[in-house]
Design a protein around this ligand. Structure first.
Ligand code: ATP
Ligand code: MG
Length: 879
């Protein structure tokens, strides 16, 4: 057996199954399409689900892939077992109602033993305990001794996911030898240790589970297999773990080089090396599929992976940014099978280092918060950090628990780990409860699933705005029907249409469908699985029947307006790349007759100058009246033209390329203007942030620009009118008004302070003494409670130590404030009791603290009595 490399093995596998009549498909994106049950693709079969259910017709009944997979559930295993990565590649061969167990088993055996040359004596198959058919195939057709075939229960060897297709599995294990064993006398195939490694899993999808564990035989039986490419390489290259196979070892070596450490010397160090190696491999692939770090969903998974890697970098003593250097090796090693890695390299590096920098900041912030917590513990004389605190550090500041433990350990503290786990458990349960349940396909079931998957619609709307077609299916909102009557809401499907269906950011056409006297208003057009177009709307007149011929007419004006905004979006994207740099990638887009919206990757808000430059470039390209040309060509040729493709978008072999002069080339299925001059004008209305690293521009074209300026002009006129000026004199008018306001303000200030002084008058003359304590009790006019308190504070400063009581009436109400300084309190004076005792005189009540109290009243006539009473009360308070 030769020690084939990872890239060789991938090729050998795909070619072997191509020789068995399979169509080799490119790996699907890690981001699932129309599947809410999965955050990330985790198996070769996941993106093929519509073919398994029959909802879509596969391009061939035999398909083979090498699929990028992420399993976050395995994150804790990474670095600890020899066989788990968060990222791995899954080789698979699939049959959609074509071949079944005999062929699947025979071919997997042929591939492993004949193509690769593995020693048959070290291979062990397992089957589901009740699957005698598979057992017999292994025994009789392949010739494996029965004692070498293992039967396992449902847990291990039955593939099932709630309701839907399911079936027994047959796995193939490879015995890597005693040195990898756990030493237990029971250690055999199926043991969790690293000796018997599961390399291949064949799933025989032969039943349908109705959701209540009632199983019926499927008419079309399917084959779904999965073999970890890295694990196969471990076996073939006879190495210890997936971290020792050629392409992953190269990454590992780079980590060691940067950290200045050697692999295989110290266990803890090795775990860190493996974690960094694995996580940056995952992160690089996720970024290449357009996922960016954020605080939820996939973005959060990515953030965790990057931060964990950065954190282990610190543990290894790396004190500078290093993640992009690791990522470069990932790309070098895997670009063979995944050219998108190289195409998106700049984007990947940008996000990696941005996130790494942010994490470093977080760590420093976390350290200072932890220091505060440490101080707190010292004060309380506690030696253990509360679980809730540790969790807060982890959850809010992204501060890993092990780091918290490590730092506290140095100071002789511990962490309440149980408390931490409890908090974690609570959070997990909340998250689980929030997660929605989905069906087998991971989507809400709709009426369209009942339509014949083989039925398709031909789109002729690039050249025609009206065409004839035959109605092939119709639905209401809940069921498939054969007629729709006046007033009915529903969907019409036809064999041919001129209507553009919402896709690629372009909103659908509007228009009418007419058949004889019957008319249907089209409000939306959607793409249904299998290449069908659904015209959604309502019947305005008459009756439609399946089989009717009808004329499909697109609203021309709406289409033309939308085309201007769509074409302008292309110019905008190119202009952004010229002004900001080639890291700008489309992150989302929407255009219709009214406006356009474009989301793109960039890290900071655009300056006014940048916005102006972008606008200027787009308007120049409009003025140049560039011809807009669309061509259909192979993906290969399209790449040569430098066309910009979207992340993870699955393009067919043939793609449509839209170019505008030499300025912009994009892959695009949308409808456009014939010359950029038609767009007339372009104006950016707003530039905002929508997520970390993603900006959004909203803009208008043509009439939209004029409407915008018209509105601005109207507002300007209104503003001028309000200031009794004209737009031309508005600025001078505002300047003189501002000067006037400034003058009035300062005049007001000086008046206020004069008033306050006047109000105080010569009150200091009224200071008296009660048993050696200074007392100032007086009344004022027209000052409210806030004013009294302010005055009181003022007087307290002047008085030094003593008691102050102020009374005032304003709008028929009475306000009382009493203040007692520290020394006066020591002498026995109490503001609260004092106020309580005198408030009765003004028909009110109140109280407060010893140093400060206030009260309100309704009887201004009682003010002199209240003031007079102060001395009397103090006599009794002061000893
Ligand atoms: P294990 O029990 O070892 O975690 P599994 O039962 O989860 O494996 P399957 O779901 O059957 O594995 O996936 C099919 C194949 O994908 C496995 O036979 C294995 O070769 C590979 N595989 C699964 N998980 C990983 C992983 N985390 N890293 C690398 N390869 C994996
Ligand atoms: Mg597993």
């Amino acid at each position: 057996m030769r020690a084939y490399g990872v890239n060789e093995l991938r090729k050998m596998y795909l070619e072997f199954f191509e020789s068995k009549g399979h169509l080799a498909l490119k790996s699907f994106s890690l981001v699932p399409k129309n599947d809410n049950s999965l955050l990330l693709i985790n198996a070769g079969m996941a993106p093929l689900k519509p073919y398994f259910t029959g909802q879509e017709v596969p391009p061939r009944t035999r398909v083979t892939t090498c699929q990028k997979c992420i399993r976050t559930g395995d994150i804790e295993n990474v670095g600890k077992t020899a066989r788990h990565g968060t990222f791995f590649e899954m080789l698979g061969n699939f049959s959609f109602g074509d071949y079944f167990k005999h062929e699947a088993i025979a071919w997997s055996w042929e591939f492993l033993t004949e193509v690769i040359g593995l020693d048959p004596d070290r291979l062990y198959p397992s089957v589901y305990e009740d699957d005698d058919e598979a057992f017999e195939i292994w025994e009789k057709e392949i010739g494996i001794a029965p004692e070498r075939i293992f039967r396992f229960g449902k847990e291990d060897n039955f593939w099932e996911h709630g309701a839907g297709p399911c079936g027994p599995c047959s796995e193939i294990y490879y015995d890597r030898g005693e040195k990898y064993g756990c030493g237990s006398p029971d250690c055999t195939v199926g043991c969790d240790c690293d000796r018997y490694m599961e390399v291949w899993n064949n799933v025989f999808t032969q039943f349908e589970n109705d959701g209540h564990n009632n199983y019926t035989e499927l008419e079309n039986k399917n084959i779904d297999t999965g073999m970890g490419l890295e694990r196969l390489a471990v076996v073939v290259q006879e190495v210890d773990s997936i971290f020792d196979v050629d392409s992953i070892k190269a990454i590992r070596d780079e980590v060691c080089k940067i950290a200045g450490v050697t692999y295989g010397v110290d266990h803890e160090t090795d775990v860190s090396i493996r974690v960094i190696t694995d996580h940056i491999r995952s992160a690089t692939f996720m970024l290449s599929d357009g996922i960016t770090p954020s605080n939820e969903g996939r973005g959060y998974v990515l953030r965790r992976l990057i931060r964990r890697a950065a954190r282990h970098g610190r543990l290894l003593g790396i004190d500078h940014l290093f993640l992009t250097d690791i990522s470069k090796i990932v790309i070098r090693e895997s670009k063979d099978g995944y050219p998108e890695l190289e195409e998106k390299a700049e984007f990947i590096f940008n996000h990696l280092s941005q996130e790494e920098k942010q994490f470093n900041k977080t760590i420093d912030q976390g350290l200072s918060i932890l220091a505060d917590m440490g101080k707190d513990m010292n004060e309380k004389g506690s030696k253990e950090l509360a679980g809730a605190d540790a969790f807060k550090l982890y959850d809010t500041y992204g501060f890993p628990l092990d780091l918290t433990i490590e730092i506290l350990e140095e100071k002789g503290f511990t962490v309440d780990k149980e408390g931490f786990d409890k908090e974690m458990q609570i959070q997990r349960e909340t998250a689980r409860a929030a997660r929605k349940t989905t069906n087998y396909m991971g989507a809400d079931a709709t009426v369209y699933e009942q339509l014949d998957p083989a039925m398709t619609t031909k789109f002729v709307g690039y050249d025609e705005l009206t065409c004839e077609g035959e109605i092939t299916a119709m639905t209401t909102e809940t069921e498939v029907v054969s007629t729709l009557n006046k007033g009915d809401k529903g969907t019409i499907v036809a064999d041919q249409t001129a209507f553009y269906a919402t896709s690629g950011g372009q909103e659908a056409d509007k228009g009418v469908i007419v058949s004889g006297d019957a008319a249907f208003e089209v409000e939306d057009v959607i793409k249904l699985s299998g290449g069908k177009f659904g015209h959604v709307g309502h019947v305005v007149e008459g009756t439609f029947n399946v089989g009717d011929k009808a004329v499909f007419t697109v609203n021309e004006k709406n289409r033309a307006l939308g085309a201007k905004n769509h074409s302008a979006t292309h110019l905008l994207q190119k202009a952004l790349r010229e002004v900001l740099g080639t890291h700008v990638e489309q992150a989302g887009s929407l255009n219709n007759a009214e406006h356009l919206r474009f989301d793109f990757t960039h890290f900071s808000p655009l300056s006014d100058d940048e916005i102006a430059r972008v606008e200027k470039i787009v308007n120049e390209k409009i003025a140049e009246d560039l011809p807009v040309v669309t061509k259909v060509m192979s993906m290969e040729d399209a790449k040569k033209t430098g066309a910009m493709a979207l992340f993870g978008e699955k393009y067919g072999d043939e793609v449509r390329v839209v170019s505008m002069g030499d300025f912009s080339v994009e892959l695009c299925g949308g409808t456009h203007v014939k010359n950029t001059g038609v767009i007339t004008a372009f104006k950016i209305l707003s530039e905002t942030g929508v997520a970390s690293g993603v900006r959004r521009i909203e803009a208008v074209t043509d009439q939209g620009v004029f409407n915008y300026y018209h509105k601005q002009e109207e507002e300007l006129k209104e503003a001028a009118k309000a200031l009794k000026a004209t737009p031309a004199t508005l600025l001078t008018r505002i300047e003189s008004l501002l000067a006037e306001v400034k003058e009035l303000k300062s005049e007001n200030e000086s008046l206020k302070s004069k008033l306050a002084k006047d109000a105080l008058g010569d009150v200091m003359d009224q200071v008296e003494e009660v048993k050696g304590v200074k007392v100032l009790a007086t009344s004022l006019e027209d000052v409210d409670m806030n004013g009294l308190r302010e005055l009181g504070d003022n007087l307290k400063e002047k008085l030094g130590e003593g008691v102050i009581v102020l009374a005032s009436q304003k709008d028929g109400k009475v306000f009382l404030v009493a203040m007692v300084t520290d020394e006066a309190q020591k002498a026995g004076a109490h503001a609260g009791n004092l106020i309580k005792a005198i408030a009765g005189c003004v028909g009110g009540g109140g109280g407060g603290r010893p140093n400060m109290a206030q009260a309100g009243g309704k009887n201004p006539a009682g003010i002199p009595e209240a003031v007079a009473k102060v001395k009397e009360i103090l006599e009794s308070q002061i000893s």
